[in-house]
Design a protein around this ligand. Structure first.
Ligand code: COS
Length: 382
């Protein structure tokens, strides 16, 4: 690999690879078919330090860098993409904003159990009419004494049903548009906060995606993240990190597609020889391997920039758009190489193909990533 890992990064990669292949991979197909949330696996991941990877040890995190986080996510995604998205959302957009913007009180109360893996986190920004354009959200939070009263409906929330703590955005001052959105930490069980419809998805079926409903939900004013009006920037900053997570998930799924294809092509004999000896298959595999390597390097680049404290927004978008689209091309080829066997559930590529599809959609569509990249390269006004 062109990217040189240090000893700690190599150790984390090896540890997570062993865990993922021994404990996460075996049940992945069944969890997908039966929509079983991987609760026991998430618990073990907490014990291994995978649920607060970039959070310092003083808040129960592992305190490792973003490159290590990416390596770990790639390994989990290789084994089970559903488990990987739960891990990514928890680390990047639940622990992330509380660590970066939360008061000491919020860190003590919510970040510590999240980073220890004792509680699970989710992130509620999207609404039925506000996906790519989060500023068009309608949720409202009105100050009332020492509390805020939140009303609104959030949609497509990963882990919304199984999480204990949610970071939620709502307008405190709709007149101010971007600068009128605030972010709050809301606990499961808070009166007025309930889980609505659960979606029936094409892929990532072991991870729940739900509607969250806030009806006169009263949260203490101390659960405000940052200041009133910081919500949009908190969400955008968190999503920058989240996009490195999704790029890593994409690389993991694609690597699983490649390895499955190489194994299959060596075993499958047609016209008297293994199909791995036919140029049509060899070239597909060569392209898959090359694209995966390119995506991995873009992902490590964005992660390293974050670790060095540089502005990594555009780099994260580049990694996300390239890796997610790459994973779809690679999954398509993997299924093609498997022929009819790729289309049935006995082989895992059928699941990889379905799981890969959402990668170009969630945490910012490919179109949004190109907006971010173009703004960076050309400037907002050209
Ligand atoms: N980090 C910090 N601040 C950011 C930021 C970032 N990555 N991106 C934008 N901001 C700030 C801007 O600097 C601007 O601040 P000022 O008002 O102080 O100048 C403010 O946020 C508004 O930015 P902008 O005018 O660019 O906002 P737009 O509404 O035009 O949208 C995009 C910008 C499209 C990039 C943004 O809305 C986006 O990422 N949308 C996709 C959201 C998404 O990923 N949804 C998926 C569901 S969440 S799982």
């Amino acid at each position: 690999m062109a990217y040189e890992l240090n000893e700690e990064q190599k150790m984390i990669q090896a540890m997570v690879r062993d865990f993922a292949r021994e404990e996460v991979m075996p049940g992945a197909g069944e969890r997908d078919r039966k929509k079983i949330f991987p609760a026991d696996i998430i618990k073990k991941m907490g014990e291994l330090g995978l649920m607060g990877m970039n959070v310092p040890p003083e808040y129960n995190g592992a305190g490792v860098d973003t490159v290590s986080y990416s390596l770990a996510l790639q390994e989990i995604a290789y084994a089970c993409a559903s488990t990987a998205v739960i891990m990514s959302v928890h680390n990047s957009v639940a622990c992330g904003p509380i660590y970066l913007f939360g008061s000491d009180y919020l860190k003590e109360t919510y970040l510590k159990p999240l980073a220890a893996g004792k509680k699970l986190g989710s992130f509620a920004l999207t609404e039925p009419n506000a996906g790519s354009d989060p500023a068009s959200q309608r949720s409202r939070a009105v100050k009332d004494g020492d509390s805020y009263i939140i009303n609104g409906t959030k949609m497509f929330i990963t882990s919304g049903k199984n999480s204990d703590i949610t970071v939620v955005t709502a307008y405190t001052d709709p007149e101010k548009r971007h600068n009128g959105i605030s972010a709050f930490v809301v606990e499961k069980g808070t009166p007025g906060f309930s889980v609505g419809k659960e979606e029936e998805k094409m892929g990532l079926r072991a991870s729940d995606t739900v509607e969250l409903i806030f009806e006169d939900c009263r949260v203490p004013a101390s659960n405000l993240l940052g200041e009133e009006g910081d919500g949009f920037k908190i969400a955008m900053t968190s999503l920058d990190g989240g996009r490195i997570g999704i790029a890593s998930q994409s690389v993991g799924i694609a690597q699983a597609c490649l390895d499955a294809s190489v194994n299959y092509a060596r075993e499958r004999t047609q016209f008297g020889r293994p199909i791995s000896q036919f140029q049509a298959i060899r070239w597909m595999i060569a392209d898959m391997a090359t694209e995966i390597e390119a995506a991995r390097l873009l992902t490590f680049n964005a992660a390293s920039m974050r670790d060095r404290g540089e502005n990594f927004s555009a780099a994260a978008s580049m990694a996300k758009v390239f890796a997610s689209e790459m994973a779809n091309r690679v999954a398509y080829k993997a299924l093609q190489i498997h022929g009819g066997y790729g289309y049935i559930k006995e082989y895992p590529v059928e699941r990889y193909y379905r799981d890969a599809r959402v990668l170009t959609i969630y945490e910012g569509t490919s179109e949004i990533q190109r907006v971010v990249i173009a703004n960076h390269v050309i400037g907002r006004k050209g």
